[in-house]
Every structure is written in structure tokens, then in C-alpha cells.
Design a protein around this ligand. Structure first.
Ligand SMILES: Nc1nc2c(ncn2[C@@H]2O[C@@H]3COP(=O)(O)O[C@H]4[C@@H](O)[C@H](n5cnc6c(=O)[nH]c(N)nc65)O[C@@H]4COP(=O)(O)O[C@H]3[C@H]2O)c(=O)[nH]1
Length: 703
């Protein structure tokens, strides 16, 4: 801080130098006066002595002159000395004043510095206290270590979290000793390499062993402290987060019901196995694809809870057939996949397949119910040639599908042709789903004729698919696929509704057809549908068709699949007034022992028997037909002979008193428009007989 200096004598004249100058002037005047007094005294003395006046004056002047000169010299010398003294005094004073100023300035600076230093110390103390407070109360464990990991200082949270005291930490081999060995080396290297450079902090996750032996997970941040050979380490306990993460991971990659790996995880493991086998061609591995047979039936009939328990028991049972290194996964629904890893030769695959099939021969106990669980299994014995995991599963699935198509409860080793078939089925399924939405299905009707009078007694509704770009597709091409894929349920419902609607319309338009009925095929899947009965009643109600105008055809095989259930269900349906026909009779299970118990009305003699009636040289072929017709009559059942193409067949059947016939000899299946335009007599509402049947051209229907 500069201060203005007050100068009363101007810059060049200080009060110190001015005083001697005045004094010298007074001295000079006093000497002249003394000289004058001496001269006067001398003049007086001369006069007394008797010197003459002139001489006295001369001596007096001389004395005055001498004294003046002497006085002048003295005065000059004195003045000079005075002046020099004053000058040096002035310089000295000036220096003193300068020094004083300097000292004042320095003093001010020192005072400032002391203030600054005091402020800095205060700030440092505040900062130290702040950082200590943060260090102690940060809510995370913090420690300061040397670059070897030796703990120099740690806050209380760190002690709490790890359980070690300050002494124990100090005496340990550094905090890194608590982490797993592989990580230790990496972290130590980073610490040593970076402690001097002050590089950006390093963050990582680490499991540290606490004093109580527990392994906790921490999010660790390590930061070098600039200018000091120290590292600041902070630990955030993420053990719960890790647990939640593990739970989430588990949920994302495991099936919640069976706790088995799910499809995503299985595909991941399969992919890794495939990649490993590419590096080492010796690594053989196999894949099994399993689907529980008739699981949907169990689910529908026993309830979903029971179905779930079956899946869990099945999953556990499969696990017992495998080694720990094998993987079993639930791929969805009732499908499971097994990865047999590192099989030493493919014999192990056979062994496991055998173990599974043996295991399945024993019943599974579910809530006291003994359930035999059959599976269809696709086997991919050696998967090394594959490019990706998806293709392996695709082919394993195709082999499983083949096993399922073969009736289930069997294993099929994958062959290339299976995939082609599987692909075709998949394509058909997709196309059929769209076809259902776009209403590409139509019904053709084939009249069934009374052999006595040639009248039409009923019409069989037969599904056709007007497939875009493929023309009219026959049911043999799509019904089996619809059965396999379950699409038969929506398709079957549509057929039933459409056929009842058509018959109702015909009856309303042509009263002569009032006693005519429509026959609708029921597939096995439909027959197992628990809502079947309700659906039939709903359709009859919606279309206004009388139950006696509806006949349901079910194949002998389906009836025999679960005879007791068939007896019960068919009985209820029949009570509604609907007639039951057994289709393809004679081709499937021998149901003779059951036949009398079945609540049925009509047997349909299979086309193959009819075909051989006039061509076969084996007499037994005709005997079989005779026996079936006689049996039916004995049980009071009507018989419809299917596939009657030739007159000879008709005549043979007529002799046996077979009541009804269906075949190209009479009519081919036709769209309703063709029946209306070509065969319906508009005035009478009766069906016209085709010319080649040798019956009267206009024939009334026969009830
Ligand atoms: N060679 C020859 N064949 C004759 C003769 N007369 C009739 N047919 C054919 O025999 C089949 C009779 O039907 P199905 O035994 O119930 O056999 C049906 C039935 O099992 C199934 N089907 C057709 N429509 C449906 C449907 O809507 N639902 C279900 N579940 N199955 C259906 O498809 C099978 C085949 O039906 P389509 O191809 O229409 O074949 C029909 C019919 O065209 C003949 O004199 N000679």
C-alpha cells in the first residue's frame, strides 16, 4: 500500500538542511560585527596609545579586512561543512525515509502474507475437516493405500463392510489380498504403473473376502493421488445388486416352472459347443429333441395344474438320465431339448436314449395318479457338420416331428428327407392359417344314396382348399397337416358351421329335403376337444338345423383310442338327436368287442373293401364284406358302402341288403351351386339321379 508523503519545504529543501544555512548567515554577520568592534576597540586603543588617526584607521581597516577575510574563510569553511553535513544529512534522511517506506511496504506485505497464510491455514483446516468428514461419512468404504495396496488409512465404513480392524488391514498383505488371485495381479499392475502419472480413475467390480469368510461384491474405484505415491480406493457394496442381477439372469434364461434352462440359454450353450467342436473336431456332441405325446390331452382333461406338475416331474426324471455336463432345457410347452456334450463316441448317445426310454416305461406319480408319459424323440447323433445351432435344432425338431407322425412314443434319427417334409408342413401350416383368415376353404357335398330306391338320403360335407396359385387342393394334402398342427380345430368348427348352414338353407328352400341330413367328419383332435358338445349345440342353434339332420363321422381308430370316453361322449351327443357314423370301418383297431357298447347308428364300410368286391380273386375279400354287413345288421346299425364306382359292386352290396352307398357311380363330391344347378329339380325340390346309375331320372329322397 503506497502512502503520500507530506513535504513542507519542497522537494529540494528539507527543514534539516535549511537551519545550518541560516545559522551560517548569522555567524557571518556576527564575525563582521566582532571585527568592527575589534577595529573600533583597536582604533580607540591607538588613539590612547597615540597612533595617528590615519595609521589607526589603516590598521583598523586592516584588522577589519583581516577579520572579515578570516571570518569569511571561517564562515565559508563552516558553511561548506554545514552544507555538506546538511547534504549528507539530507541524503541520510532521504535514505532513512526510503527505507522507512520500504519497511512500511514490507511490513504491509508481511502483514498481508500473514493474513493470507492464516487464511490459507484456516481454509486448509476447513478443507481437511471437510474432507475428513466426507471420508468418514461418505456412505462408502474408502481407503488410502500405497501403490502396493498396503492400507494406510481407512474409514469406518470400510472396517464395517469388510470386518477387518485398522491393525488387521495394516498387517495384511494389502487389500488386494482379499480378491481372487487373477484379478489381484491385474489391479496391482495398474496401481504400480499409474500411481505416479495420475491417470484417470479405474473402476471395476470385484468380489472381496470379508473377515467372516463371506464373499461380497464391490464396485471399486481406484484413483491415484497426484504428487503422492498413494492410491485412493473406494468400495461400494453391490452384493444385493449382484444377487438381483443373478436372479434376473436366471429368470431370463430359465423356465420358471421346471427351473431348467430355457430356449435362449440352450441355444447359447449349443452355439458355444458347436464353436468348440469346430476348433477340436474330436469333440463329439449330440442333441435330442423330445415332445411329450398327448400332453394337450392331459392338460385339457386333468387341468393345467396337473399338466404343470407332469412337466416338472418329467423334467426331473430326464435330469436323472444325464451327466452333470449335459444340458436339458425346456424349449416351450411340452418340448424339451438335451445336449449331450463331449460324448466319447456316439455310444453314449444310445445309452442316454435307452436310459430315457427305460425311465419312461415306469409311471410318474403325480398327486397319487400314476401317469405313463410317452415321448416322441428326434435324435441328432453327430452335429459337427452344422454351421449354426439353429439348424441343429431345426433338424432335431424335424426328426421329433417324424417320430410324432409315426404315432409317437418312439425315437427317430434325423435324415435329410425329414427336413424337407418338415419344411413342407411348416409352409403348409403358415399358408393354412392365412387361408382360414382369408376364407379360402369351401365345402363340396357328396350325396349318399339309398340302395333300395336310389334316393339321396344325406350329403357328406367334404372340405376343399381353393389355394391361390395351386387350384383346388384335396383334403388328403391338408387335413393331416391340420391334424398335426392343431389347425383342424378352427377348420373343423368352420366345416361344421358351414355344413349345417347349407343344409338348413336347402331344407328351407326345398321342403322335399326336410328328411335329408348332412354328414360332417370329426377329426381325432376335435373329438378330444372338451368344448365339442357345447360347440355342436351352439352351431345347431345358430343355423336352426334340427339335430336329426346332422350326422357326425368319426373314424374307428379315434373311437378306439379311448373307448370309455368315446362311449360317454358319443352317448351324450346322440342324446341330442344327432346320429353317429363310424368311418373307415374295418381298417383300424379291431373294435368288435366294443362295437355293441358304442352308441352309434351307422357303419361306413371302407372304400378298400368295396374296391375289391368285383376285382379280387380272393373269395375272403367278399366274405369280409358280408361279415361286416351282417354284423352291422345284427347290431341294428345301418351300413353305408363307400367308394362304389362300378355297377358290379352296387349289385353285390344290394344283394347283401346294404342300405346305403356313396361313390362316383352315383355322384362325385360337388360344390353346392353344382348340386343346385345340375341335380335339383326346382319345382319338386328333389335331387335328380345322374344318367349312368340306371335309376329313374327323378328320384325322391329316401329317409
Ligand atoms: N376313389 C374314390 N373315392 C371316392 C368315391 N366316392 C367318394 N370318394 C372319396 O372318399 C372320401 C370320403 O370321405 P372320407 O372317407 O370321410 O375321407 C375324407 C375325410 O377323412 C377327410 N376329410 C374331408 N373333409 C374333411 C373335413 O371337413 N373334416 C375332416 N376331419 N376330415 C375331412 O378327407 C378324406 C378324403 O376326402 P376326399 O378326398 O374328399 O375323398 C372323399 C370322397 O371324394 C369313389 O367312388 N371312389
Amino acid at each position: 500500500m503506497s502512502k503520500a508523503t507530506f513535504k513542507p519545504f519542497g522537494d529540494d529543501m528539507s527543514p534539516i538542511t535549511e537551519v545550518p544555512r541560516l545559522r551560517s548567515r548569522l555567524e557571518r554577520y556576527s564575525l563582521v560585527i566582532v571585527g568592527l568592534f575589534i577595529s573600533a576597540g583597536f582604533l580607540g586603543a591607538n588613539t590612547l596609545v597615540g597612533f595617528d588617526a590615519d595609521m589607526s584607521t589603516l590598521i583598523a581597516v586592516g584588522v577589519v579586512f583581516f577579520f572579515s577575510l578570516f571570518a569569511q574563510t571561517l564562515i565559508n569553511a563552516h558553511s561548506d561543512m554545514q552544507f555538506r553535513l546538511a547534504e549528507s544529512n539530507r541524503v541520510l534522511e532521504s535514505r532513512v525515509s526510503e527505507r522507512t517506506l520500504d519497511l512500511t511496504r514490507i511490513n504491509v506485505q508481511l502483514t498481508d502474507e500473514i493474513h493470507l497464510r492464516q487464511e490459507a491455514e484456516r481454509l486448509l483446516r476447513a478443507s481437511e475437516s471437510r474432507y475428513r468428514t466426507i471420508f468418514e461419512n461418505a456412505g462408502t468404504a474408502i481407503m488410502i493405500c500405497d501403490h502396493q495396496g498396503q492400507v494406510l488409512l481407512a474409514n469406518s465404513q470400510l472396517h464395517d463392510m469388510l470386518g477387518y480392524t485398522a491393525e488387521e488391514l495394516r498387517d495384511s498383505n494389502g487389500w488386494m489380498a482379499f480378491m481372487e488371485v487373477g484379478q489381484q495381479a491385474r489391479i496391482l499392475r495398474w496401481s504400480v504403473e499409474n500411481h505416479a502419472t495420475g491417470s484417470s480413475p479405474r473402476c471395476f467390480e470385484s468380489a472381496l473376502q470379508c473377515k467372516n469368510g463371506e464373499n461380497k461384491h464391490f464396485y471399486v474405484t481406484m484413483a491415484t493421488i497426484l504428487g503422492r505415491p498413494e492410491v485412493l480406493v473406494s468400495l461400494v457394496d453391490i452384493s444385493e445388486l449382484k444377487q438381483a442381477e443373478r436372479r434376473l439372469f436366471h429368470q431370463a434364461f430359465h423356465d420358471p416352472l421346471t427351473d431348467l434352462p430355457n430356449r435362449a440359454l440352450f441355444m447359447e450353450v449349443l452355439d458355444m459347443t458347436l464353436r468348440r467342436s469346430r476348433r477340436n473336431r474330436e469333440c463329439l456332441f449330440s442333441v435330442l429333441y423330445l415332445d411329450i405325446d398327448r400332453f394337450k390331452y392331459v392338460n385339457d382333461s386333468m387341468g393345467h395344474l396337473f399338466g404343470d406338475q407332469l412337466l416338472v416331474r418329467f423334467a426331473n426324471a430326464i435330469k436323472t438320465c444325464l451327466r452333470d455336463s449335459d444340458t436339458v432345457a425346456r424349449m416351450g410347452g411340452d418340448e424339451f431339448a438335451v445336449l449331450l456334450d463331449n460324448v466319447q463316441g456316439l455310444e453314449y448317445t444310445d445309452v442316454v436314449v435307452e436310459r430315457i426310454t427305460t425311465m419312461l416305461r415306469k409311471p410318474l406319480d403325480i398327486n397319487g395318479h400314476e401317469i405313463f408319459c410317452a415321448v416322441s424323440m428326434g435324435i441328432m447323433a453327430d452335429c459337427r457338420a452344422y454351421e449354426n445351432a439353429d439348424d441343429i435344432i431345426r433338424d432335431a425338431d424335424a426328426a421329433m416331428y417324424e417320430a410324432k407322425s409315426a404315432g409317437g412314443d418312439c425315437c427317430k434319427m434325423f435324415e435329410k428327407r425329414m427336413y424337407r417334409r418338415f419344411k413342407r408342413v411348416l409352409e403348409l401350416e403358415t399358408a393354412m392359417r392365412k387361408a382360414l383368415e382369408n376364407e379360402e376353404f369351401v365345402l363340396h357335398y357328396q350325396p349318399i344314396v339309398s340302395m333300395k330306391c336310389g334316393g339321396v338320403s344325406s350329403f357328406e360335407a367334404l372340405a376343399r382348399w381353393q389355394r391361390k396359385g395351386f387350384g383346388l387342393t384335396p383334403p388328403a394334402e391338408f387335413i393331416p397337416v391340420a391334424e398335426e398342427t392343431g389347425l383342424i380345430l378352427p377348420l373343423g368348427r368352420w366345416v361344421l358351421a358351414k355344413a349345417c348352414e347349407q343344409m338348413s338353407l336347402w331344407q328351407k328352400t326345398y321342403p322335399a329335403l326336410a328328411d335329408c341330413s348332412v354328414c360332417v367328419n370329426l377329426s381325432g383332435r376335435q373329438f378330444k376337444d372338451p368344448d365339442l358338445e357345447e360347440h355342436i349345440m351352439q352351431v345347431l342353434q345358430d343355423t336352426g338345423l334340427s339335430p336329426k339332420s346332422l350326422k357326425l363321422e368319426i373314424t374307428e381308430n379315434e373311437v378306439m383310442h379311448n373307448p370309455e370316453r368315446a362311449i360317454e361322449l358319443l352317448g351324450r351327443i346322440r342324446k341330442l338327436g344327432i346320429k353317429i357314423m363310424v368311418d373307415d370301418f374295418g381298417t383300424g383297431y379291431s373294435s368288435l368287442s366294443y362295437l355293441h357298447r358304442f352308441p352309434i347308428d351307422v357303419l361306413k364300410l371302407d372304400r378298400n373293401f368295396v374296391d375289391r368286391l368285383d376285382t379280387s380273386t380272393v373269395p375272403s375279400d367278399r366274405k369280409i364284406v358280408e361279415a361286416i354287413v351282417a354284423l352291422a345288421h345284427g347290431l341294428n346299425l345301418e351300413v353305408v358302402a363307400e367308394g362304389v364306382e362300378r355297377v358290379a359292386q352296387r349289385e353285390f352290396l344290394a344283394k347283401l341288403n346294404c342300405q346305403f352307398a356313396q361313390g362316383f357311380l352315383y355322384y362325385r363330391p360337388m360344390p353346392p351351386e353344382m348340386i343346385r344347378e345340375g341335380y335339383l329339380d326346382k319345382s319338386s325340390g328333389k335331387i335328380l339321379m345322374p344318367p349312368n346309375t340306371h335309376h329313374p331320372s327323378l328320384i325322391s329322397h329316401h329317409p
